[in-house]
Write a protein that binds this ligand. Sequence first.
Ligand SMILES: [Zn+2]
Ligand SMILES: [Zn+2]
Length: 198
Amino acid sequence: MATQYEVEHNVQFAETQPRSRRVNMDSFFSLLNRVSDSGTATPHNNPHATPTLPDMANIFRLLQDQMQTLASTAPTAENRTFLMDLVDTLDGDILDPPDRLRGVGQEFLDALDRVGRKTLRGDDDCAICKIPYLEDPYCLVVELPCKGAHRFDLECVGPWLRSKGTCPMCREEMGKKKAAAVQEDEDEDEDDMDMIYA
Ligand SMILES: [Zn+2]
Ligand SMILES: [Zn+2]
């Protein structure tokens, strides 16, 4: 029901434009680019990347701002829970910043599979901003190489991938090609555990 104020002044509160939920990440990227020195450097082997810990903390603080801002206008409880979980994860990175960025390089984002408009359904939306992809005539949807093949707007997931290097949904590490070696280590650990509990 309209309030007295609205009736008298004939005010119609503008519906919030869903696209306005996306957060401007310019300061994030300018800091990230300064810290990572070169946009083409590989994340795990960049001798030039010697960011200071406060710089690192600020990168994650700006990323946390993105998720916090979206969470504050989350259209569903599920979306809010998802975003607040990312915010909580980033608390750890801010309090105890890693000594090097584990994110992927820009070339990784450029090479991600693009999802064509024709394969998107009307109610498919981005888990981060919850805006249906097809509402944006120029949507740029990417599919991550995780097992869940999770999809997001490139604009929404880009900052997380560049700094965290994982899928925000399932936390699978991106661009990891040494799974076999890791698997061996895990087997050894299991053997150790067997010995302890034998
Ligand atoms: Zn989105
Ligand atoms: Zn995933």
